[in-house]
Design a protein around this ligand. Sequence first.
Ligand code: ADP
Ligand code: MG
Length: 242
Amino acid sequence: MKGTALRAEKIGHVFGTGETAFTALHSVDVEVRRGEVLLLMGPSGSGKTTLLHILGGLLRPTSGKVWLDGERIENLSEEKRGALRLKYFGFVFQSYNLFPVLTATENVLVALDLARADLREGRARARRLLCEVGLEKRLDAYPNELSGGQKQRVAIARALAGDPLILMADEPTAALDAESGHRTMELFRRLAHEQNRAVVIVTHDPRILPLADRIVRIEDGRIAPESDGGDAARRQTEGAVP
Ligand code: ADP
Ligand code: MG
C-alpha cells in the first residue's frame, strides 16, 4: 500500500539575519511516499541536510508548509514536534552516535520505551531488531568490536525501535566501502518495500543512485529541473543496476 507520508510545499529556509543572512532553500516542493526509498541527492552545501531536518520536524522552515500524514507540522510547538518525531520518525546519523560502553543489544534497548515493556521484553525486542538488520551474530559486541557497516546497522536497528513510518538517514554510506554501502542500501530497500515505510536518504554518493526508487536532486537550495519524478535520473543509471 503506497501513499503520501510527508509533503512539503514551497519550503524556504534562511539561516541568520541581516547582512549574514543566507538562503539555504528556495521554494522546495517534495513528496515522501510509503514503500519507497527516496534519495535527496546533491553536492555538498546544496541544502540536503537542511531539507531533511525540516522534513523530519527537527528544524522549522522560515517559509512553506509540511504535512505529515495529512497534518501540518511545521507550525507546531517544539514540544508537539518532539512528540511527533518519537511517534513517526527514525533517524540514522552518519556518526552512528552509539554508546561505546554498551553492547549492540543495549544500544538498541536504550531507544525502546521501557515504560511499556519490561527489561526482559525490551532485550528480546532489541535482539529481534538486530536480527532484522542482519546482526544476529553480534548481539553482545561493543561498538569498537564492530565494523563501520555493522555500527551503521546497530544505528538502523535503534532507529526502528519506535516502529517509525518514516526512516531518515543523512549520508549513510559516506563512511562505508562499496560493499557495505550496497548492503546498507539493500536493507533500506527491504524496510521500505516489505514493511511499507518511507525511507529518505540524503547523499552525494553516486554509487547508491541505482538503488533508489525515486531521486530528487538539489542544487543551490533548489530542486534541479531534470529531477521531475526522478525518472530521467533513473533511466540514466539503469544500466548499472546489479
Ligand atoms: P548539504 O547537506 O547539502 O551539504 P546543508 O543543508 O548542510 O547542505 O547546508 C546548506 C547551506 O546552508 C550551506 O551553504 C551551509 O553552509 C549553510 N548552513 C547550514 N547550516 C547553517 C547554519 N546553522 N547557519 C548558517 N548557515 C548554515
Ligand atoms: Mg549534509
